[in-house]
Design a protein around this ligand. Structure first.
Ligand code: DC
Length: 227
């Protein structure tokens, strides 16, 4: 019998991590956890409830409230997974640029990461898990049996993010989306706490010139050689 493993997928924003992670989880019959959605939930909670703006984050307030933020995932009848914040389905609310930017900021705070990492590690105790994020192969599961690091050029990622927002009925400006991708890359790789970096033992996949199908084939081939 195949062994059940943990697959850690890390990479820059909008490089297709969640698409490939979901597809792999489905093919393998594994659980899927989108850790970016968890940081987005903390950001949404702050945007809705905090008595400050994102220019002036009061960390003491957030520390006092961090344990009031309960995040879970609910499987839908159509097989997709929705993110649930304190009992409310917030799947569409967390996917805006505003929440993404706030999440990028909030995720630099050490005690926020500590709280999220503890929840993420608990989700992996039975293995059979695909988890995507920025620090999965380096911090959350440094012993994951398979680590993938996805990359694509910033222009291509901005174009994908732009198309995604349009598809969701939003009306983005391409230059804003592109600037946002570059800002986020900088913040994700330069923060003091668990910056995005490639684990030494990660398999790197640059999908700039790959179709989804080609990428999936490659990922399945690598996965099968690890189980
Ligand atoms: O992958 P995403 O765009 O949904 O992530 C939102 C933000 O959360 C992103 O700017 C980086 C942060 N993040 C993180 O710091 N660590 C993770 N494991 C996942 C996301």
């Amino acid at each position: 019998m195949d062994k059940r493993i943990i697959v850690a997928i890390d990479g820059y924003s909008s490089c297709g991590k969640s698409t490939i992670a979901k597809a792999l989880a489905k093919a393998a019959g594994y659980k899927y956890v989108d850790t970016g959605a968890m940081y987005r939930c903390v950001a949404l909670y702050v945007l809705r409830n905090a008595p400050f703006t994102m220019d002036n984050v009061d960390e003491a307030w957030l520390l006092a409230h961090i344990n009031d933020i309960q995040i879970s995932f609910a499987l839908q009848a159509d097989g997709t997974q929705h993110t649930v914040l304190n009992g409310e389905d917030v799947e569409s609310q967390i996917r805006t640029l505003e929440v993404g930017n706030a999440a990028s900021q909030i995720s630099t705070i050490g005690f926020v990461r500590k709280a999220m990492v503890a929840q993420q590690q608990a989700m992996g105790k039975d293995k059979g898990l695909v988890m995507d994020g920025r620090d999965i192969g380096t911090v959350v599961f440094p012993k994951a049996e398979l680590k993938l690091f996805l990359t694509a050029s910033p222009e291509i990622r901005a174009k994908r993010r732009f198309d995604e927002l349009v598809e969701k009925g939003q009306n983005p400006d391409f230059n804003d989306v592109f600037a946002d991708v570059k800002d986020r890359d900088y913040r994700d790789t330069h923060r003091a706490e668990s910056p995005l970096r490639q684990a030494e033992d990660a398999v790197v996949i640059d999908n700039s010139a790959m179709t989804r199908e080609q990428q999936m084939e490659e990922v399945l081939r690598i996965f099968r050689s690890h189980i």
